[in-house]
Design a protein around this ligand. Structure first.
Ligand SMILES: Cc1cc2nc3c(=O)[nH]c(=O)nc-3n(C[C@H](O)[C@H](O)[C@H](O)COP(=O)(O)OP(=O)(O)OC[C@H]3O[C@@H](n4cnc5c(N)ncnc54)[C@H](O)[C@@H]3O)c2cc1C
Length: 385
């Protein structure tokens, strides 16, 4: 399958931008655990983070396949798209379920970079993967909602102006189906921090700017509600398909980076008087990772096509995420093995990318939960949890 010239052009443009942010830039950010603000600004200025925003709100109105190409190329260039990917995948919920007034209020600012939509508050410390047990509540009080509770792993909260927040608006005991009674809010964090919202960074094995967020009688205007009260879980599920496809595309980019790095190194590095890549024991793992990556890539493209055609890509998005994250992790491991000792040295970037790539078989959804989804919803096996 050949790609359209439009997508190929996007790839070239992202590659040119990423070339301005070489390994040394990322190594320094990794060492200091600083947010790569310059990189995110450059992506914003170039319009890449507004790819999905329709033209009449200042974006370029592209489809998810184009957004996937952008995220893939960022990773394939050795950069870290986790610093900015949420803006792409959160967007879907606002575009699909936001009111015209909300879209007019926020989208042009997000498109021109004056507003950052980078924080997505779903996970909580006690509920884990069981999202429907989340405990953060938003209680209506006149023209406002009062939010109490806690989120964890809310990445980029310190570098975002807006947060898409999932909270319970009707107690679980009072709803017929447990998927009801959750609502989605677009919270203006500029007013919230210090007035009921507290953000605490969590240090992780890679530079990810993730945090815990505490809500203590935070008052937000009732107009922050997206769509209908109580329907938030349904809205967020649709957004999660976009999230999975985009993360899967990032994993494909990572796998390509590892495979390229390993191939180049295996050609150059001479041991016993010949390139290590001449040994089948070195070249076969690289070739195997290539085949695994290409197979996963097909599923990512297919999932994006189903999404863009307006279908329900639940199974495809999940499979794309699982296969691509496994392909990138296999490639990461292979790359370290190919580099031998140098795979552990900072200056080659392999160890940094290795740490960064590890995340994606766990987040935003772990492999077990994807397998459970496929078993239950595609194969008709009994629900296991
Ligand atoms: C760096 C980082 C960034 C993140 N960013 C965000 C973010 O921006 N916003 C956000 O909302 N969340 C974010 N997350 C949270 C992420 O989505 C969760 O960590 C992920 O969904 C797994 O949930 P958990 O950590 O609660 O694991 P748990 O639910 O506690 O699960 C632990 C393990 O048990 C397994 N398990 C649990 N139940 C079952 C079952 N029924 N069957 C089989 N296996 C099971 C899981 O697969 C997993 O391996 C982030 C996480 C990390 C680490």
């Amino acid at each position: 399958m050949t790609e359209s010239e439009d997508l190929a052009e996007i790839r070239r443009a992202v590659q040119a931008l990423c070339a301005e942010f070489p390994g040394e830039y990322w190594r320094e950010k990794d060492r200091t655990r600083d947010y790569p603000g310059e990189f995110v600004d450059a992506l914003t200025r170039a319009g890449f983070l507004a790819a999905l925003i329709p033209g009449n709100y200042g974006g370029s109105g592209l489809k998810l396949d184009a957004a996937a190409v952008i995220m893939e190329e960022i990773q394939a260039a050795g950069c870290n798209g986790a610093s900015a990917h949420a803006q792409m995948y959160i967007m879907n919920t606002l575009l699909k379920y936001g009111s015209e007034e909300q879209k007019r209020a926020y989208l042009p600012g997000i498109a021109d970079g004056s507003l950052r939509l980078q924080a997505f508050g779903v996970s909580e410390p006690t509920s884990g993967t069981d999202t429907l047990s989340l405990r953060t509540v938003a209680v209506r009080d006149g023209d406002e909602y009062v939010v109490n509770g806690q989120k964890i792993w809310t990445s980029r909260a310190e570098h975002s102006d807006l947060m898409l927040l999932l909270a319970r608006t009707t107690p679980r005991e009072q709803v017929e189906k447990k998927t009801e009674g959750l609502s989605i809010f677009l919270v203006d964090m500029r007013q919230a921090v210090g007035s009921g919202m507290t953000i605490k960074p969590i240090r992780t094995m890679m530079n990810h700017s993730t945090t815990e967020v505490f809500f203590d009688d935070l008052r937000i205007p009732a107009s922050s509600l997206i769509g209908e009260e109580g329907k938030g879980f349904r809205y967020i599920l649709s957004g999660m398909n976009a999230e999975r496809i985009l993360i899967a595309a990032e994993c494909i980019g990572d796998a390509k980076w590892f495979i390229q790095k390993a191939s180049d190194y295996a050609k150059e590095r001479k041991v016993f008087g010949r390139p290590i890549g001449q040994n089948q024991g070195v070249q076969f793992p690289i070739a195997r990772c290539y085949a695994q990556m290409r197979a996963a890539e097909l599923m990512v493209h297919h999932a994006a096509q189903v999404y863009d055609a307006g279908g329900n890509p639940g199974a495809e998005a999940n499979m794309a995420k699982m296969l691509a994250s496994e392909a990138s992790w296999a490639a990461a491991d292979m790359c370290v093995q190919t580099f031998g000792g140098f795979g552990f040295a900072e200056e080659y970037d392999v160890e940094r990318k290795f740490r960064e790539a590890r995340l994606y078989t766990v987040a935003p959804i772990s492999t077990n939960l994807i397998l459970s989804y496929l078993a239950e919803h595609v194969l008709g096996l009994p629900r296991s949890y």
